[in-house]
Design a protein around this ligand. Sequence first.
Ligand SMILES: Nc1nc(=O)c2c([nH]1)NC[C@@H]1CN(c3ccc(C(=O)N[C@@H](CCC(=O)O)C(=O)O)cc3)C=[N+]21
Ligand SMILES: [Mg+2]
Length: 281
Amino acid sequence: MKNKLLDGKTLAKQIRAEISQKCKDLKRQAGIIPGLAVVIVGDDPASHSYVRSKEKACFEVGFYSEVHKLEKSITQQELLQLIKQLNSNPKINGILVQLPLPDHIDENMINENIDPKKDIDGFHPINLGNLFLNRPNFVPCTPKGILRLLKHYEISIEGKNVVVIGRSNIVGKPTAALFLHENATVTLCHSKTEDLEMYTKQADILIVAVGRPNFITKDMIKEGAIIIDAGTTKVNNKLTGDVDFDDVYDKVEKITPVPGGVGPMTIAMLLENTLEAVLKK
Ligand SMILES: Nc1nc(=O)c2c([nH]1)NC[C@@H]1CN(c3ccc(C(=O)N[C@@H](CCC(=O)O)C(=O)O)cc3)C=[N+]21
Ligand SMILES: [Mg+2]
C-alpha cells in the first residue's frame, strides 16, 4: 500500500543535522555559539513538555539555551523586565515566550517588547507586518515548517485551493499569508464560518489548526486532498490532532501524522530561525 505520510519527524531530523553542522562551523570559524532563551509562565504540563523538547533540540544541535520558568503570579512588569535583560544579553540570539500566557498578561505587549532581531517566533508586529508585505524577516515556526514539509515532498502549491482553518496570530493568519505568497488561492476559515464543509470540500490542501480533536472527518474533504494537521491537544496525556486520521486516510493523497508531522517541523524551524538570528546580528 502507498505510504501517504508527510513524515515531519524524519525531515526535521535531517534539518537538525544540517543545523548542527552549521553550528560547528560557526563555532570553529567565528567562535560563535547560537543562544536561545525560552520563557515559560505557569505550570501547564503540555507547555512544559513542549519547552523540554525545545531544550533538548537546542542541546543536540550545540546551541546554548536557557529556560526561564516563572510563577503564574508574576506581574507583567516583571516579565517585561526579564525580556529587557534578554534583549541586551549578548549570549542570547533568540527569545521565545511560550504561549499561552496567563490572562493578566497582555501577549501583544510582550511580543512588542521583544527585540525584533531576536524575535525567532516572528510574532513582533514589525515581523508579522513584513511577512504580510512579502519581505519576511522571521517567519513563524509552524507556518514555515508546514511550507518546508510540502516543498520537501514536491507538492505544488501555485494556483491550488489552500483552505486554512483557524485564525490565530501564531498559526492561521501567518500560514494564510505565506501560502498566498506561494500563489495559492487561500481561504481562511474560523469558528464563525458558515457552511465550513463547502470550503473544506474544495480544498486541494487543507491546513487545520483549531485545537479540536478529530474535528475533520472523511465527509468534509475532497478525494485526493493533502491534509496538514497542526492540532496539538493533549487528550489523556496523548498528543491528538484536529483530523480524524483513520477516518480520512483512504481518501487523502498525503497527510501529516500527529505526532510526527507538524510538531517536529515547528521545532526544527525554531532552531533554523535562531541560527538566522545569529547571522542577522
Ligand atoms: N511562543 C510560542 N511558540 C511556539 O512555537 C509555540 C507556543 N508558543 N506555544 C505552544 C505551541 C505548540 N508548539 C509545539 C511545538 C512542538 C510540538 C512537538 O514537538 N510535537 C511532537 C510530539 C510532542 C508530544 O508528544 O508531546 C510531535 O508532534 O510529534 C508540539 C507543539 C509550539 N508552540
Ligand atoms: Mg478560531
